[in-house]
Design a protein around this ligand. Structure first.
Ligand SMILES: [Zn+2]
Length: 237
């Protein structure tokens, strides 16, 4: 018999077996959590046990997500970078003018001062990525607010270690991971719809799933793709 124990954003798969002791596992690559327990274990006991191990679970998941990290970028010529799910080669161009990025069908042209440090190259590139994401996110929020009948007070784009997005229902805020700019746009749209749905239902319960089924029926495929694409390093939790 298989059950799911929901602890906030965390789903723990409870597997009842003919065993004597409970056994908790975090599985690679996606950090899925299962709890094997003796047949007669009561759900509230299993739940209390999982909660007592929450810190350990999180640390295992973070370890796993770090192993999935893509190689560190140096922001040098011919390095590949992904934007909206497409691969481009980086071209570093020296300029005394405005530092900027211009993308064409094959290249991301990064305009920086001669001798710009790696940090500076990364900063110019990151600011440009953020701008691209801003444009798309604003569009998507404007599209989905009337459909889902929610109101986003504000949104933030930032580097996030273990999540694609998060939501503060009280303040009406959502936060999105800037890594999303590397993913295909339909997957980013799913993340936005997911966070907007949290403005209605804060946890991943049945009602939440009904919302996703209604507004974004292909959400299961999107979530899987998001977790499997080898481009980034963060996982959906
Ligand atoms: Zn969620």
């Amino acid at each position: 018999m298989k059950d799911i124990i929901q602890i906030g954003d965390l789903s723990v798969y409870l597997i009842r077996k003919d065993i004597k002791n409970v056994h908790l596992s975090v599985h690679p690559p996606d950090g899925r959590v299962s709890l094997s327990a003796p047949l007669n274990t009561r759900p509230d006991v299993a739940r209390a046990y999982a909660i007592s191990k929450l810190q350990w679970i999180r640390s295992q998941q973070i370890k796993m997500s770090k192993q999935l990290r893509e190689p560190l970028r140096k922001y040098i010529k011919r390095e590949s970078h992904y934007i909206w799910g497409r691969r481009y080669l980086l071209n570093v161009v020296h300029t005394e003018g405005k530092q900027k990025v211009i993308i064409d069908h094959k290249y991301i042209n990064l305009f920086v001062r001669p001798g710009a440090s790696q940090e500076k190259r990364e900063e110019v590139f990151y600011e440009w990525q953020k701008k691209q994401l801003h444009k798309f996110v604003a569009e998507m929020i404007a599209k989905w607010e009337p459909i889902m009948q929610v109101k986003v007070q504000s949104y933030f784009l930032q580097k996030m270690k273990t999540k694609w997005g998060s939501c503060n229902r009280k303040l009406g805020n959502i936060r999105l991971n800037t890594e999303l700019v590397k993913k295909p746009k339909d997957l980013v749209e799913y993340v936005i719809v997911h966070e907007l749905a949290h403005l209605i239902v804060p946890v991943h319960n049945e009602k939440f799933i009904q919302l996703l089924d209604k507004f974004y029926p292909q959400w299961r495929e999107s979530r899987m793709e998001l977790n499997e694409l080898p481009l980034g390093y963060v996982e959906w939790k």
